[in-house]
Design a protein around this ligand. Structure first.
Ligand code: HEM
Ligand code: HEM
Length: 164
């Protein structure tokens, strides 16, 4: 990772949007997992529950794909943030990106510990961290809109069109 690439690769872009869709599924359809978890903690879970299985499979897919994505990032790097962007905003973007990576690992990991070892503390941690993930995604989304419509930079385009 000596010099930064001009843009994201096709693989990096595909991973960004596939992971986005999988995380959206987790936030939109978690009722089945919540019901199953309530039964597990009460000792009345008769399993298997389709809703819980969906949550586990989609969540673990996020974990695997994020590890792959981090590997690609460490090997290939990411394009530099726009030079004309104020330093404070660049620092916020940089910090948000790394926090998103950390949470994309910690959220599924805590969920897996909760589910597979029936650990209520891990379940509580999962719940708190998924809320932090949600807030950071909202901030990230606002940042993307700010780049597009206020700073009018090419940042939005580069997560759509691959660059060398
Ligand atoms: C990026 C991946 C994931 C996201 C975004 C996510 C998100 C969520 C959400 C939104 C809830 C509902 C919480 C509530 O409002 O009560 C939840 C609950 C739960 N999830 Fe996940 N989840 C992910 C991965 C996983 C994985 C991989 C597992 C297990 C292998 C898992 C196990 C659980 C369990 C046991 C609950 C119920 C306990 C609780 O409420 O914390 N999750 N998850
Ligand atoms: C679950 C939701 C999302 C997560 C976890 C996420 C995560 C990330 C991460 C970690 C990066 C940094 C990539 C790197 O340099 O390694 C990134 C970049 C980017 N994301 Fe997202 N993202 C999400 C949703 C979105 C949405 C909804 C949009 C816009 C509508 C968006 C637009 C972008 C753009 C434009 C970049 C490139 C930023 C740059 O080149 O500096 N993302 N995303």
């Amino acid at each position: 990772m000596s010099s930064k690439p001009a843009g994201y690769s096709r693989l990096q872009i595909a991973l960004h949007w596939v992971i986005f869709l999988l995380i959206a599924v987790q936030f939109l359809f978690h009722d089945g997992m919540e019901e199953a978890w309530e039964a597990v903690t009460r000792g009345t879970y008769a399993g298997p529950s389709a809703g819980a299985m969906l949550h586990v499979v989609v969540g673990l897919s996020v974990l695997v794909l994020v590890v792959l994505r981090l590997g690609v990032k460490l090997k290939r790097g990411s394009p530099a943030l726009p030079e004309e962007e104020p330093a404070v905003l660049r620092a916020v973007a940089h910090g948000t990106h790394w926090a998103l990576y950390a949470l994309m690992i910690l959220v599924p990991l805590s969920g897996a510990v909760a589910w597979f070892t029936v650990n209520e503390n891990a379940g509580d941690g999962h719940e708190v961290m998924k809320s932090v993930l949600f807030i950071l995604v909202a901030l990230h989304f606002a940042g993307a809109l700010f780049q597009r419509f206020v700073l009018k930079s090419d940042v939005m385009t580069r997560m759509v069109r691959p660059g060398a």
